[in-house]
Design a protein around this ligand. Sequence first.
Ligand SMILES: [Cu+2]
Length: 137
Amino acid sequence: MTAILFANSPAAAREWRVDMVNRGANGSMDFTPAFLKIAPGDTVRFVAKDKTHNVESIRNMMPAGASPFQGAINQDVTVKFSRAGLYGYKCLPHTAMGMVGLIQVGSAVNRPAIVANLGSLPPLARARMTKFLQLAK
Ligand SMILES: [Cu+2]
């Protein structure tokens, strides 16, 4: 009986984890994983695993109408992503060192806007964001 009820329910929202680290798969000053694909309604917990990092949304790299988010240095932040699209985010002190990430929530409806705003990122951050955009399908 329980199994039947479960099968008829919408997928349960999941919680994902992204670590802020001094070194990751993309090099120095990184988010792990820096690209994540999730479903609308899921949450992501950004964990300050190493110190001196923060996480905050990039103003011009979010779906229209989505709420910006911003954590303090060394602060763990949990964000619920309800609206479909791509969300670029960064660590403020290390943006110039390329510390950015990308979350795809459902379909990448705002991809053209993100691509159009790549030029607003410093070179290392732009290079990593370009790589992450190739993963967003
Ligand atoms: Cu950082």
